[in-house]
Design a binder for this molecule. Structure first.
Ligand SMILES: [Fe+2]
Ligand SMILES: [Fe+2]
Length: 261
């Protein structure tokens, strides 16, 4: 009995809090999801989310450009990966825009100033290995800046933080995909000669490893399966079979956020 009495005593102040919470919720209904209990600096959060939105839009544009312009003996496998990433970046942009509106802000889709707002860069390179490198650099920039946004949000806006954490996890997968592709292409480039594209890939191999994956060597052993998968994709694509690249992605279970694929 004593325990239940204590429980009742503990609940009383909480119940009166509920009344207060309800009163406050009714007070500014037009504020939507933003209540008086929202602890973050809303304007700063909106600015950061709009920067993340711009970053995602630029990533969509860059990946799509690379998808359509990738050329060379290994292009189809790589282009398929670019397309999947582009679609997932579009999904991220949609999530972020939705959250901005929930917070009572304006999602900024204005093409003017897009690159200034974006953390990542656009690249119109036409060389396959450089495309992968540029995308890996952009992913690593996104990983860094999203990590900062997540730390900033902390417990002040847990909904935005969880969204950014989910997005961050996907960007890390993207970076890993690209690193594996560089490895697979490098391996092919170093074993095959007599083809213009192979020679190009071979030449760029060293800077790719340095730029994209500082200290990645330690991961190679444990990633043998993924590495083999990507190598197999590259190998399979030599015969130009357009569907093989899409299937492996489905196994990962990205929480069903693949709106366009
Ligand atoms: Fe993204
Ligand atoms: Fe990404």
């Amino acid at each position: 009995m004593k325990a239940s009495e204590n429980a009742t005593d503990d609940r009383k102040p909480f119940l009166s809090d509920i009344m207060e919470i309800r009163r406050r919720a009714r007070q500014h209904i037009q504020a939507g999801a933003v209540t008086e209990g929202y602890r973050a600096d809303r304007q700063t959060v909106l600015r950061l989310l709009n920067e993340a939105l711009a970053t995602e839009i630029v990533c969509v544009l860059r990946y799509r450009r690379h998808y359509y312009t990738a050329a060379g003996i290994h292009a189809q496998a790589v282009a398929q990966e670019f397309l999947e990433h582009a679609n997932e970046e579009q999904g991220h942009a949609d999530l972020i825009a939705e959250r901005i509106v929930q917070l009572g802000g304006d999602p900024d889709f204005n093409p003017e100033g897009l690159l200034t707002r974006s953390h990542s860069e656009y690249s119109a390179t036409e060389e396959l290995l450089e495309m992968i490198q540029e995308n890996l650099v952009a992913e690593r920039i996104a990983i860094e800046s999203y990590g900062e946004i997540i730390r900033y949000l902390g417990d002040d806006d847990p909904t935005s933080r969880r969204m950014m954490e989910e997005i961050l996890a996907t960007e890390e997968e993207h970076a890993e995909d690209l690193r594996m592709l560089i490895q697979a292409l490098g391996a092919k480039g170093s074993t095959q000669t007599g083809d213009g594209h192979e020679a190009k890939g071979n030449k760029s191999q060293a800077p790719a490893a340095e730029r994209g994956s500082g200290g990645q060597a330690e991961g190679q052993e444990g990633d043998a399966g993924v590495q083999a998968r990507h190598a197999a994709i590259v190998e399979g694509r030599k015969g130009a079979q357009p569907q093989a690249g899409g299937g492996d992605r489905a196994e990962r279970g990205k929480g069903g956020r693949r709106p366009h694929s």
